[in-house]
Design a protein around this ligand. Structure first.
Ligand SMILES: *Cc1c(COP(=O)(O)O)cnc(C)c1O
Length: 443
């Protein structure tokens, strides 16, 4: 654990899905709340002795609705999912029958596995594709943007019962109004998985999926900066008349997601909620409603813009030429770099980021880079200029090692041992990172 603390402190964390929580969140996670069993919804727990746990969970739900500006008459929330993957599967389990159809963004296009991924060869990877029928939509290989016309055509043929928007490596805004139109045309429930951007949504720094979607799921540990877990929001109360949603059964005038989703999560899929996590989430959500948090999310966006323009100025290629949110996709194909080799060089220099498929380009893809974690440590635009230089230097080193030792994994890794360029860059990275405090702990 001590070694991991040092690694977090001395490194540059650019994995777009990661963040650093504050001390209060960590204290709640490591607290006595871990001791209690509290199966069931708050106010209706299976075991006795849950009066205070209930208070905590009610408070957490109240703050969750407040953080996203939702009225309890129209939206309900479940804060018990252990992860966003469980949250998504609970939605499918609650409102679908086995074998029903789901459509989400394809994983190589930037979607998440839990939306029903199966491989090109047909291997079903996600439980969503094992127990349901899934067919993905894709981004346009030239532009990198979602191809809405193709999506509509596909959706009208496939007729999914759930249409999912939201993904893990999509740098641009989502057209929720268009998704709503398409969902209505094929009679699908519209679900948004805002796992990556929920912090930006709460701070109103990106468009809100709540205006158009029926169900919204998220992680709580990415841009939101809470403890590791999942959350589900669902519409409740009367359906708006005008829009004439078709949903799963015809003319019912009230939404019926609440009971189905809550039952699917517990008892169908999960056991006792992790109360330490729920308390930590309540703490994080209180922070989300503050002006400081809004300022943080604005900085996350500005930093992503600064990094994108710094890389573009150095003549590198970004998918869609930039970003509207907290992450960018750097296409390494043009540089002749193997994504895995670049990722390894960065790791050796204490920069963590991850390789990702660049849809439409051949095998060596690119890397996904996000700004939430380093922004939590206090990095500003000029720091991301420095980070852009480190990233360029790592690309040069990758290129030299590939040339001198070969591109294959085994040969390449040999070239990283006792490499002077690497130790020089690692020293610079460590010196840079050590200037910034860690939010949750002292070193
Ligand atoms: C990260 C992510 C998830 C998975 O979250 P876990 O909590 O790790 O299960 C689901 N959906 C999307 C879009 C994600 O980016």
């Amino acid at each position: 654990m001590g070694k991991e603390k040092q690694r977090q402190f001395k490194g540059i964390e650019l994995i777009a899905s990661e963040n650093f929580v504050c001390r209060a969140v960590m204290e709640a996670l490591g607290s006595h709340l871990s001791n209690k069993y509290s199966e069931g919804m708050p106010g209706a727990k299976y075991y006795t002795g849950n009066q205070y746990i209930d208070e905590i969970e009610f408070l957490c739900c109240q703050r969750a609705l407040l953080a996203f500006d939702l009225h309890p008459n129209n939206w309900g929330v479940n804060v018990q999912p252990y992860s966003c993957t469980s949250a998504n599967f609970a939605v499918y389990t609650g409102i679908l029958h086995p074998g029903d159809r789901i459509m989400g963004l394809d994983s190589p296009s930037g979607g998440h596995l839990s939306h029903g991924y199966y491989t090109f060869g047909g291997k079903k990877v996600s439980a969503a594709s094992i127990f349901f029928e899934t067919l993905p939509y894709k981004v346009n290989p030239q532009s990198g943007y979602i191809d809405y016309d193709k999506l509509e055509e596909k959706a009208l043929d496939f007729r999914p019962k759930i249409l999912i928007c939201g993904g893990s490596s999509y740098p641009r805004e989502w057209d929720y109004a268009r998704f709503r139109q398409i969902a209505d045309k094929c009679g699908a429930v519209l679900m948004c998985d805002m796992a990556h951007i929920s912090g930006l949504v709460a701070a109103k720094e990106v468009a809100s999926p709540f205006d158009y979607c029926d169900i919204v799921t998220s992680t709580t540990h990415k841009s939101l900066r809470g403890p590791r877990g999942g959350i589900i929001f669902y519409r409740r109360g009367a359906k708006p008349r005008k829009q004439g949603f078709v949903h799963n059964h015809g003319d019912d005038s009230n939404y019926d997601f609440e009971e189905k989703i809550n039952f699917a999560l517990y008892p169908s899929l999960q056991g006792g909620p992790h109360n330490n996590h729920i308390a930590a989430l309540a703490i994080a959500l209180k922070q989300v409603a503050t002006p400081e948090y809004k300022a943080y999310m604005q900085q996350v966006k500005r930093n992503a813009q600064a990094l994108a323009s710094a890389l573009l100025r150095r003549n590198f290629r970004l998918v869609t030429d930039g970003t509207d949110n907290h992450l960018l996709l750097w296409d390494l194909t043009a540089l002749g770099l193997i994504d895995r080799n670049y990722e390894k060089v960065c790791e050796a220099c204490r920069i963590t980021l991850n390789k990702c498929a660049i849809y439409g380009s051949i095998s060596p893809g690119g890397v996904r880079i996000g700004t939430p974690a380093m922004t939590s440590r206090g990095c500003l635009e000029e720091d991301f200029e420095t980070i852009a230089d480190f990233l360029r230097r790592a690309a040069q080193i990758t290129s030299i090692v590939q040339r001198e030792h070969g591109k294959s994994c085994k040969d390449f890794l040999k070239g990283l041992q006792n490499n002077k360029d690497i130790s020089e860059l690692r020293n610079r990275v460590e010196t840079f990172s050590s200037q910034f405090a860690m939010p949750g702990f002292d070193i």
